[in-house]
Design a protein around this ligand. Structure first.
Ligand code: MG
Length: 159
């Protein structure tokens, strides 16, 4: 049985934080604000996979009121979700995601992000597709006030 899920997330860009995106650190004068490392791309992907599993959302599994998740790498969430997939004997067919950011330039880093995400999820890099776009200077993303990400995932569950 194939199931699909969708994920969407936004985090504000602020001074004094490191920028983590897709499981890697990027050089930038601002970073994403949040309880964890605020990796908006991973959060969107996590929500897409949890959605495909019919397992709620990232806030349910990793609440921002839980001190365990304060400052952690969001790759930890993907490793936890991998365990959930194994428990349900579910297999990720593919993940596709888009990052919406005016700066920094994301495209040169997509291959490294794919490798980090594939490793955390225990799937071949070929099953992860990443895209980056600007918001044509429109809205919060266009003004560089935050970064958004959206993702879909397809999962096969045993019948
Ligand atoms: Mg988030």
């Amino acid at each position: 049985m194939n199931r699909v899920g969708i994920g969407y997330d936004v985090h504000p860009l602020v001074e004094g934080r490191k920028l983590f995106l897709g499981g890697i650190e990027l050089a930038h004068n601002k970073g994403l604000e949040g309880h964890s490392d605020a990796d908006v791309l991973i959060h969107a992907i996590a929500d897409a996979i949890l959605g495909a599993l019919g397992a709620g959302d990232i806030g349910h599994h990793f609440p921002n009121t839980d001190e365990r998740w304060r400052g952690v790498s969001s790759l930890v969430f993907l490793r936890e979700i991998r365990l959930l997939l194994e428990k349900r004997r579910a297999v990720i067919e593919n993940v596709d995601a888009s990052v919406i950011a005016e700066a920094p330039k994301i495209a040169p880093h997509l291959e490294k992000m794919k490798a980090a995400l594939g490793e955390a999820l225990g799937i071949p890099t070929a099953r992860v597709n990443l895209k980056a776009t600007t918001n044509e200077k429109l809205g919060f993303a266009g003004r560089g006030e935050g970064i958004a990400a959206m993702a879909v995932a397809c999962v096969t569950l045993p019948d």
